[in-house]
Design a protein around this ligand. Structure first.
Ligand code: HEC
Ligand code: HEC
Ligand code: HEC
Ligand code: HEC
Length: 123
């Protein structure tokens, strides 16, 4: 009996460890090395986003649902707003400090001022 209990404890422990490690890996996702084509609903020239140019910004500042392992903004932010989430355009044009427009748009951008066509690059 004693032995069986010990075995059960070991099994539980290894299961916990396996799950724990899996989760650790999921959270430690590397940013894509190549620029990514941002989800696009077709109206405007698609935006290419380069993680390498944003190395100073914490992942969670943009990937606010990172804990769920979801990195595609377009999974939740659609072409039109829903009751839960603003549409993709509004999420990406958010003027608050630390968001795309906060850093790139308006009279006093936090970082580098970009014109429409510098994000929506026609190819
Ligand atoms: C300044 C904002 C910003 C920051 C900071 C940022 N990302 Fe991203 N990331 C994006 C955008 C925008 C996309 C494209 C989402 C889409 O297409 O819906 C993206 C896409 C991704 C993807 C999915 C790539 C694909 O196409 O499947 C991964 C994985 C990812 N980011 C990881 C990271 C990690 C890890 C960090 C931190 C080291 C990070 N990102 C920091 C904005 C950001
Ligand atoms: C798993 C679903 C999901 C993903 C993935 C997601 N969002 Fe969101 N987002 C939401 C929801 C729901 C809201 C509204 C409630 C809130 O603010 O959390 C929101 C709100 C926002 C807002 C409104 C302002 C704010 O911060 O409250 C911005 C900006 C935003 N998201 C940007 C992004 C960007 C950029 C990405 C990808 C890098 C992204 N979101 C990925 C679901 C998501
Ligand atoms: C915290 C500030 C910050 C945020 C937030 C931010 N950026 Fe940037 N971004 C920068 C800086 C700084 C550069 C310039 C990097 C360089 O020149 O090497 C840059 C460069 C860029 C460029 C390339 C322009 C060029 O030099 O060719 C694009 C496109 C871009 N960002 C789009 C975005 C998008 C889309 C978002 C939101 C998902 C975003 N940025 C959020 C700071 C930010
Ligand atoms: C900092 C980068 C950035 C700047 C500057 C910017 N946008 Fe965007 N915009 C985005 C991103 C990212 C999206 C969502 C991805 C996409 O549509 O390709 C978007 C989406 C849109 C959409 C919705 C289209 C769609 O396919 O969902 C329109 C329309 C748009 N932008 C117009 C403009 C106009 C007009 C300007 C200049 C006044 C501008 N944008 C400046 C990043 C930017």
């Amino acid at each position: 009996m004693q032995r069986l209990n010990l075995l059960a404890t070991r099994l539980t422990l290894s299961l916990v460890l396996t799950l724990g490690t899996g989760l650790g890996n999921a959270l430690a996702t590397d940013p894509p090395g190549e620029p990514v084509r941002v989800t696009n609903y077709g109206e405007k020239a698609p935006v290419t986003f380069d993680h390498a140019k944003h190395g100073e910004v914490a992942c969670v500042q943009c990937h606010h649902n990172q804990d769920d392992g979801q990195y595609k903004c377009g999974q939740c932010h659609g072409e039109a707003a829903t009751e839960e989430a603003p549409k993709l355009k509004d999420a990406m044009h958010e003027k608050e400090d630390g968001k795309c427009y906060g850093c790139h748009f308006g009279p006093e951008p936090q970082a580098k001022k970009l014109k429409c066509a510098e994000c929506h690059v026609k190819r």
